[in-house]
Design a protein around this ligand. Structure first.
Ligand SMILES: Cc1cc2nc3c(=O)[nH]c(=O)nc-3n(C[C@H](O)[C@H](O)[C@H](O)COP(=O)(O)OP(=O)(O)OC[C@H]3O[C@@H](n4cnc5c(N)ncnc54)[C@H](O)[C@@H]3O)c2cc1C
Length: 336
């Protein structure tokens, strides 16, 4: 453990690697960021994200540690990124599936139950179809493309040497931080990919301000407003490491979710259909794995944007003080 600045090479410039580069350079280290693709984000999962920062809603299907780390993640984004939209998020269900809303409320903390009048005040467009909603006031979201470009600019401004088209480990580093996402499977045998499909549409006449989750017995889906009339409709979670084109079934499910939220989406233009592959360990928990001068940061699964800043803070603290948060640090190589 050291307070002396180190020469650190980071592998992978997705959301995880960018936050590591920014945080470690701000802590006084000399950082090189090496990315395999020739173009920024061409081969990353990150541009496919929503990107909701929703630690409370995620607790419906994730462990409490995601909420705890995620609250810190939102605070770190707020300090750094002016494009963050902190207007909370909503969860709704068609009236026949109202029991799903009750269950969601029980599984999570911090929901406010809105009646029709309160919903009409927050999101007038949704009120006619949904008489009630759950509101998570502390949650936030951002446009992932804009946030990734912003962070890359910040990293370069801060003096990080960013090298695109570089697959090998940069020479001469004291420490390597591996943020290669799914490509790190060569050293992390239990890492797997979970395919997530999403559609981006333009609907300038619709004015939804915050992420909305639509509960459904088979496929809960969500909508994220990216600004300028753009909406991301996501996302499937399929146990396949395949980033290929969106299937017809998934497209139907995603587009019908948007249509159920507001039939005016029928007039939306479809701008992009695509799939990213989320890097995940078998328990869907993120991990920091230090191994003799080489640290893996991986398995951020559905929470890469939410958790990347706090994973970077944990690595920086570890280098300074040796602190290892037991929720994420894994020393046993068998758990890699
Ligand atoms: C549809 C969808 C919706 C999502 N929604 C959300 C959301 O709402 N909120 C949220 O928090 N998260 C969300 N996620 C999850 C989030 O996108 C991921 O957790 C995150 O992108 C993982 O980032 P990463 O940087 O670890 O990996 P990646 O983004 O895959 O980055 C890894 C990088 O490493 C590079 N690389 C590979 N090999 C090498 C090498 N040898 N040398 C150098 N570089 C290399 C790759 O080219 C890539 O650029 C979503 C994901 C999907 C697919």
């Amino acid at each position: 453990m050291t307070s002396t600045p180190l020469k650190i090479a980071i592998r992978g410039a997705g959301i995880t690697g960018l936050w590591q580069a920014l945080t470690l350079t701000r802590r006084g280290h000399q950082v090189i960021l090496a990315e395999r693709s020739a173009e920024p984000f061409a081969d990353a999962c990150s541009p496919y994200a929503g990107a909701m920062l929703a630690p409370r809603c995620e607790e419906e299907s994730a462990e409490a540690m995601i909420r705890e780390l995620g609250e810190r993640g939102i605070a770190l984004w707020k300090e750094t990124y002016p494009g963050l939209v902190a207007q909370g998020s909503l969860v709704v269900a068609p009236s026949r599936d109202r029991s799903l809303l009750d269950r969601f409320e029980r599984m999570t903390e911090g929901a406010g139950r809105l009646d029709a009048a309160a919903l009409a005040e927050l999101e007038p467009g949704l009120a006619p179809r949904f008489g009630t909603a759950l509101y998570y006031a502390g949650e936030a979201h951002l446009n992932p493309g804009a946030a990734l470009a912003f962070l890359l600019g910040k990293v370069q401004e801060a003096g990080v040497a960013v090298q695109f088209g570089m697959e090998t480990i940069p020479q001469g580093a004291d420490l390597v931080v591996d943020c290669r996402g799914l490509a790190a499977k060569d050293g992390l045998p239990t890492l797997r990919g979970v395919r997530g499909e999403r559609i981006v549409v333009r609907a300038p006449e619709i004015a939804i301000q915050r992420p909305v989750r639509l509960l459904h017995p088979r496929f809960p889906l969500y909508l994220v407003p990216w600004g300028d009339g753009l909406y991301m409709v996501g996302a499937t979670a399929i146990e396949r490491e395949d980033g290929g084109p969106v299937t017809l079934r998934s497209a139907l499910e995603l587009l019908s979710a948007a249509y159920v939220l507001d039939p005016a989406f029928g007039e939306a233009e479809i701008l992009a259909l695509g799939a990213g592959v989320r890097p995940a360990f078998s328990d869907n928990r993120p991990r920091i794995i230090p191994l003799n001068g080489y640290i893996y940061v991986n398995g951020l699964y559905r929470h890469g944007f939410l958790l990347a800043p706090v994973m970077a803070e944990l690595v920086a603290d570890y280098l300074e003080t040796g602190a290892t948060n037991p929720e994420v640090f894994v020393a046993d190589p068998a758990q890699r």
